[in-house]
Design a binder for this molecule. Structure first.
Ligand code: SF4
Length: 192
């Protein structure tokens, strides 16, 4: 138990890099969090309501954050051609460039020096802890699509080549290989 507590205390100190008072490079911690999330979110999660769910805020607060990021030129909203009420959020080129100043990059760089086995162990340990606490509290969390229970794989062979096709059973939509690596707020992990 002592080792587990020591690890959690270290995690708490790391969290201070994510959540801070005031601003860093002109953005508050929630605004950085939104920009970071939207740069890694899949098309179903780049919406105001998914962002609110990810940030754990109301729609009103998420809308204020979106407005600020838009005003600074880091984000743009696009209305769906099919449904004018539906909005997709996209990071602009300027926003992508600005992410090079993300305060969490210091943690990313510190982890990048580990070998691949070390990085995988670190990632899987955090995921295990999150999955377990998720089960206890009966809550979902955001994670990469390829781990979701709603993702279906189908193999097909054309002219001797085997292809894997992904489909989301929740949204009833095809998922490309690249999208399977992105974050989704509707993600659900396998219960053990
Ligand atoms: S399979 Fe899961 S994670 Fe992927 S888009 Fe569907 S709900 Fe989201």
């Amino acid at each position: 138990m002592i080792l587990a507590r020591e690890a959690i205390e270290l995690l708490g100190q790391m969290a201070q890099i994510l959540w801070f008072e005031g601003t860093r490079d002109g953005l508050r911690d929630r605004e950085w969090m939104a920009l970071r999330f939207l740069s890694r979110a899949n098309r179903f999660s780049r919406t105001p309501s998914a962002l609110a769910s990810y940030l754990g805020t109301t729609r009103g607060t998420a809308s204020f954050i979106i407005g600020e990021l838009e005003r600074l030129g880091y984000l743009e909203r696009r209305r769906s051609v099919k449904d004018k009420r539906s909005v997709t959020l996209s990071i602009t080129q300027q926003g992508k460039k600005f992410l090079a100043r993300d305060p969490v990059n210091v943690l990313v760089k510190a982890l990048a020096v580990l070998d691949d086995d070390g990085k995988i162990r670190f990632r899987d340990t955090l995921r295990h802890v999150l999955d377990q606490s998720d089960v206890t509290e009966q809550r979902h969390h955001t994670d990469v699509c390829k781990r979701c229970i709603f993702l279906r794989h189908a193999r097909s062979t054309t002219e001797g080549k085997t292809m894997v096709e992904f489909t989301c059973r929740l949204f009833r939509a095809p998922i490309s290989e690249g999208e399977a690596e992105l974050l989704c707020t509707s993600f659900e992990h396998r219960r053990q």
